[in-house]
Ligand binder design. Structure first.
Ligand code: FES
Length: 174
């Protein structure tokens, strides 16, 4: 904070008086000095910024189920603060396609009751939560690497790294 001492001048009416037979004009103001102390807030980043600790991040890559014209599979990328979001929300926030045709119109909105938000974790499964009971029920006969995106928490608030996700593994064109 910086402090300034300013002097303000406040006009004071003098009134009019008769003095030695002279007349003082009442419209004349005689300024009177008054000291004013003003405190200014400064926003110096060096002095005021609290010590910010960066939250760990998870990098994500999403591989599409079908190759493009050049034969390579499309890859979308996103980042998320560790432990703050579900995989489903990260995909929807980044406009990364999650659902197949049926799931697009019939999904449960992330409630864990439709089983249409299936993804495969190709790499980085240790950065995610364990399969939930809902997933065990819906994915009983599916590969261990398959998850329901609405049940999958990305990161645990402390870890960081990279997760590679296969979108729509049930429709993957190998
Ligand atoms: S969105 Fe319905 S189970 Fe995931």
């Amino acid at each position: 904070m910086a402090s300034l001492n300013l002097t303000s001048i406040t006009p004071q009416p003098t009134g009019f008086t008769w003095n030695n037979n002279s007349y003082r004009n009442p419209t004349i103001f005689i300024p009177r000095k008054r000291h004013v102390s003003v405190t200014l807030a400064t926003s110096s980043p060096e002095t005021n910024s609290p010590t910010t600790t960066e939250k760990p991040e998870i990098e994500l890559e999403f591989i599409g189920p079908n190759p493009g014209n050049d034969g390579s599979y499309p890859v979308d990328k996103a980042k998320a603060i560790s432990g703050e979001k579900l995989l489903r929300n990260i995909m929807l926030d980044n406009k990364i396609e999650l659902y197949a045709a049926y799931g697009k119109v019939m999904n449960c909105g992330g409630g864990g009751s439709c089983g249409t938000c299936i993804v495969e974790i190709v790499d980085g499964k240790d950065l995610l939560n364990e399969r939930t009971n809902t997933e065990r029920r819906y994915l009983k006969k599916k590969p261990e690497s398959w998850r329901l995106a609405c049940q999958t928490i990305v990161g645990n608030k402390e870890n960081s790294g990279k997760v590679v996700v296969q979108r729509l593994p049930q429709w993957k064109n190998a």
